[in-house]
Design a binder for this molecule. Structure first.
Ligand SMILES: Cc1cc2nc3c(=O)[nH]c(=O)nc-3n(C[C@H](O)[C@H](O)[C@H](O)COP(=O)(O)OP(=O)(O)OC[C@H]3O[C@@H](n4cnc5c(N)ncnc54)[C@H](O)[C@@H]3O)c2cc1C
Length: 369
């Protein structure tokens, strides 16, 4: 395990890891450790991101068309606290195909002269350094998503929610809102369109996600959400994407008091509930911080920022669940109890920011040492 020496190693080849590697490679050599090389054209889902995240990707040389983006969307049809959908006008959002985003970022990191790729899952901490198969580094960024490879433990609901995505090649007329969401007794269903596909996603527990596509569609109609799929081909004819875990979870702070500590970014720190549709944006924003975290004090400030953001997310989730038409159903009550148990404390604006490449405490804010 001697290997080549780097200032920074990044574990994980998702958006957070690849963006962190690209940012850090502006002024240092980076080891990017991925558990597999993205291959094939295995469509997974369409994710929505605020237009400013698209602008950040453009700064890194990504053409929006490479991500399947040909327009921005500003409207959403939402049936959350009412059975009838209501039209909301929101900030412009782009609809990205996954894994197109991952593949495009991978094409950038794999030809970057200052990023060395290692395919492995191994990492260790010893002698004041981090080690892996063929690399060693003074600093480590953990961007391993929900696996949170460096975490002592992960907090998640006793019965986590799952997400199933069904998709179809589709030619939208470009006039609809492109996004709709409907609350269900055991979760929620959403519909999202991009240039050449439509996804119908089911998120929840038990009946919310179990059964054949035809059964899921039948339950959606029976719960009053039929409007979401009324103009689509039969959902029973859709292809099935990869199922994933979807409820909120987060890594606990490290109990290690000596030696270097890894910085966790993206879903490895806090995997948000997709209701918030912020995962990619936050992952990219945290990736920008990685190069600036040079001292233990920077890491402490960054972790304080992540704690604040977790409070904010849990409080927002609490409010969304309370406002849901089906909040008295057992599935929603269980999730609400889990979120409420961890949402104590008064959230305030994150007191820490990145300024001129440095992690700084904003004026008037206090971070516990
Ligand atoms: C159903 C659903 C819908 C969503 N919709 C949206 C949306 O609309 N908008 C949005 O912004 N976000 C959305 N998200 C969230 C978004 O997908 C994530 O926040 C985002 O992918 C996080 O990126 P990441 O790089 O932190 O983690 P990931 O994308 O999970 O990447 C982690 C990578 O690390 C790898 N890995 C794991 N263990 C190791 C190891 N030991 N060594 C090396 N590599 C390892 C994994 O294989 C993976 O490639 C959604 C999530 C779900 C489940």
């Amino acid at each position: 395990m001697r290997g080549r020496s780097f200032d920074l190693a990044v574990l994980g080849g998702g958006p957070a890891g690849m963006m962190a590697a690209l940012c850090a490679a502006r002024d240092s050599d980076v080891a990017l450790v991925v558990d597999r090389i993205p291959q094939g054209d295995e469509f997974r889902r369409i994710d929505t991101v605020p237009a400013r995240v698209l602008a950040l990707l453009v700064d890194f040389g990504v053409d929006p068309r490479e991500l399947g983006v040909d327009r921005l969307y500003e409207e959403r049809l939402v049936a959350w606290s009412t059975a009838t959908p209501q039209l909301f006008h929101l900030s412009p959002a782009a609809h990205l195909e996954r894994p197109l985003l991952d593949r495009v970022l991978f094409s950038r990191v794999s030809c970057h002269p200052r990023i060395a790729l290692f395919v492995s899952r191994a990492w260790a901490r010893d002698d004041g350094m981090f080690w892996g198969d063929g690399w060693r580094a003074r600093r480590l960024a953990d961007a391993t998503g929900r696996a949170a490879a460096t975490a002592d433990s992960v907090v998640r609901a006793e019965r986590p929610w799952a997400a199933r995505t069904l998709w179809q090649t589709y030619d939208p007329d470009g006039r609809g809102p492109g996004f709709g969401i409907a609350a269900l007794p055991d979760g929620y269903a959403y519909r999202v369109e991009a240039r050449r596909r439509v996804v119908v996603g089911f998120v929840g527990r038990g009946h919310g996600v179990e059964g054949t596509p035809a059964e899921l569609a039948w339950r959606l109609r029976a719960s009053g959400g039929g409007w979401l799929i009324a103009d689509l081909p039969p959902v029973a004819t859709f292809d099935e994407g990869r199922a994933s875990t979807a409820s909120v979870q987060w890594a606990t702070p490290s109990m290690l008091n000596d030696g270097p500590r890894a910085v966790r970014i993206g879903d490895a720190a806090l995997a948000r509930d997709p209701m918030s549709a912020q995962g990619i944006g936050i992952a990219c924003s945290e990736a920008l911080f990685v190069s600036a975290i040079a001292r233990a004090a920077d890491l402490a400030m960054f972790e304080a920022r992540q704690t604040e953001q977790r409070h904010v997310h849990l409080k927002a989730l609490e409010a969304m669940i309370a406002g849901c038409l089906f909040s008295n159903e057992p599935t929603w009550r269980d999730y609400a109890a889990f979120v409420a148990a961890h949402a104590q404390g008064a959230p305030s604006d994150p007191p820490v920011a990145l300024r001129d490449g440095k992690v700084v405490r904003l004026p008037g804010s206090h971070v516990a040492p």
